[in-house]
Design a protein around this ligand. Sequence first.
Ligand code: HEM
Ligand code: FE2
Length: 768
Amino acid sequence: MENTKRLWLLLGVVIAATMFILGWFGRELYRQVPPIPQQVVTVEGKRVMTRDDILRGQLVWQSIGGQQLGSIWGHGAYQAPDWSADWLHREATALRDILSIKFYHQPFSGLDSVDRAAVKARLKKEMRTNSFDGASGTVTVSSERAAAIGKTAEHYLALFGSDQDLAGLRESYALHRNAVPDPERRRALTAFFFWTSWAASTERPEMNFTYTNNWPHEPMIDNRPTTANLVWSIISVVILIAGIGGLVWYKVFTDREEQEPLCASTDPMDKIELTPSMRAAGKYCLTVIALFVVQSLLGGVLAHFTVEGNSFYGIDLSAILPYSVARTWHIQLALFWIATAFLAAGLFLAPAVGGREPRFQKQGVNVLFGALLLVVSGSLAGEWLSVKQVFNLENSFLFGHQGYEYIDLGRFWQILLFVGLVLWLILMLRGLWPAFSQKGHRRQLVLLFAGASTAIGLFYGAGFFYGARTHLTIMEYWRWWVVHLWVEGFFEVFATVAIAFIFTQLGLIRALSGTRAVLISSAIYLFGGIPGTFHHLYFSGTPISITAVGATFSALEVVPLALIGYEAWDTYRKTFVVHWMEKYKWPIRFFMGVAFWNLVGAGIFGFLINPPIALYYMQGLNTTPVHAHAALFGVYGLLSLGLILLVLRRLYPENIWNERPLAIAFWAMNGGLALMIGLSILPIGLAQTWVSIEYGLWYARSADFMQLPFLETLRWLRLVGDTVFLAGVGMLAYFVAGLITGWSYQTDHAGKKLELSPWQGKQRDLSS
Ligand code: HEM
Ligand SMILES: [Fe+2]
């Protein structure tokens, strides 16, 4: 402990200080949320909508999939429009035409440039001026604006109903017919859309920018990047360069020769005895693969929606499986199989580390498995029923669809999942318990492992801090506590410590240097990562301080990622000094993949959208799924698969794997991911960025732009990467199935499975 005391202290201080920052600025965010008016009235006193309409509308939006169908304030799905930006543009266009007729008695298109400028000035004044009266909670609009609001609402009433004239537009949006059959619900939905657009176009009191910091870009009302947005962007780039520079210097000045680890002549893991609970974790591995297969196929279905709209070889696919359900399942299953893999790895490693089997551990593992299956099937079914509009609005949130991306599942299922995570935590800690009292540096790794697992379990609880009708800004704050703090915080620590742990177990690195490396990298990563949460909230109705903190700290997240690939490669080089390491070749290759995508997917593609000025134009464009796919699958997908392969390797330790399908799977999945991004999503995202800067976000997301032939072609090209990727997934499933049936093992001429002796790792030696 002596050698690492200061590092532990560093980690503790970093976590305490940065959580304080997250909470402190969270308080500011609470104080400055855009108001939801009690009512919106015209100057003549006619009521346009009430607070209840807006909040009910929010629930309606949530019930049809919310962020899984188009987006609000840039968060959500990318095929249908961003409803806030779309509403804003439609309302502004309608109001402009009304003002033009009123003051100049002719349509806007017929006006000369001076009159146009005058109309624009009136439009801007009308839409940007803040008429919210805090005392009465009233927003007052002119009768012209009320007319424009009414006209815009008509469009959405038709769109979410079954109006035949809009069938083509629905096709482009992959929006199913009659998505909200109840006209009263549809009307409430328009009130909610209006309010999100109102917050995006109305200036904060005493300020010259809107509640959403002038997002989205909309030249009609001069919604443009704020000064603060640009300044903090420049600062964030400088901080990144300084951070990377500092890292290089540190490396150069402190690069001492590490002690070479002692490589055992036999596999140290062979000493670990398989306990009943470790065997019981085997079914988790198969579940991971099964969920992964379904999840990837759903990805194929979604890609189909984007090119062919709602139909599939003549049948109306969207009537059975609406786009928003397919997308919800696609994302939720991704989280489920990744989480299941983590659970499996934890449950498998814990008794191995502790050195004995706690009582009833096996039963616990089985109960948890049952609970998991219940949550997966129950929540997916609930989401489908909700989008089908079966529930009343309250039950829809409880048992159906919360409408919030990554935490889509109904509240009831969310509670059950949380209970499952706590159960997992208890099982893990029970398994690890004996190791806490051991002496030496290994104990510290065990402590770190337990700490990361605890944080993963407990931080899911942040998702309970909002309810069905919570203000959108506040909901987003807590939602990103879960999503961001998981993927850019505690998952990352879990990954680092799990891999370090396995490598020390294999004798590839020493426990002391493993512990030091984990402590240092976790401290650096969390320092940027925890306040970095705010990079998701630049434009969600938050004050400027959120942009400042988010942009500067999250730039630092990229710094350690710059080194990670090199470190991994360095370890990898040392890997095959002993023959028995060959049998871990594939899990280790998957971990190498993790390091690669950590730099490319998380670091580079993450930073592409990270400076406030970049995200100002790109939020809600395809540049985000570029990053999300490369980081979520690249890092946590490959990590999960690597962990599963390691567990499977230990569960069936005797026989030699026939690794060809695994090699194909690995390269096809990585290559497919790169092709899908390089040939399709990234070019689409960049093309969208261009027009978003030129004409506004609404256009980058509009059917007019998205249906241009070259974009259609780019979406078709996605088929290439998707096919390669799916082939890889198929191969992986084939391989894992073969571990059960037997075809994934090498056999001799007589068909007998070849055995792997502890000192004979090299399959070549045996098979020749
Ligand atoms: C392995 C690590 C990471 C994973 C798994 C990950 C995953 C994700 C996911 C799933 C999203 C949401 C995409 C969507 O809403 O469609 C996202 C958004 C984003 N990520 Fe990451 N990310 C990682 C690391 C990073 C890093 C290091 C940065 C930059 C420093 C970053 C910056 C962003 C930004 C700016 C957004 C968009 C925010 C928004 O639209 O509100 N991410 N990421
Ligand atoms: Fe993030």
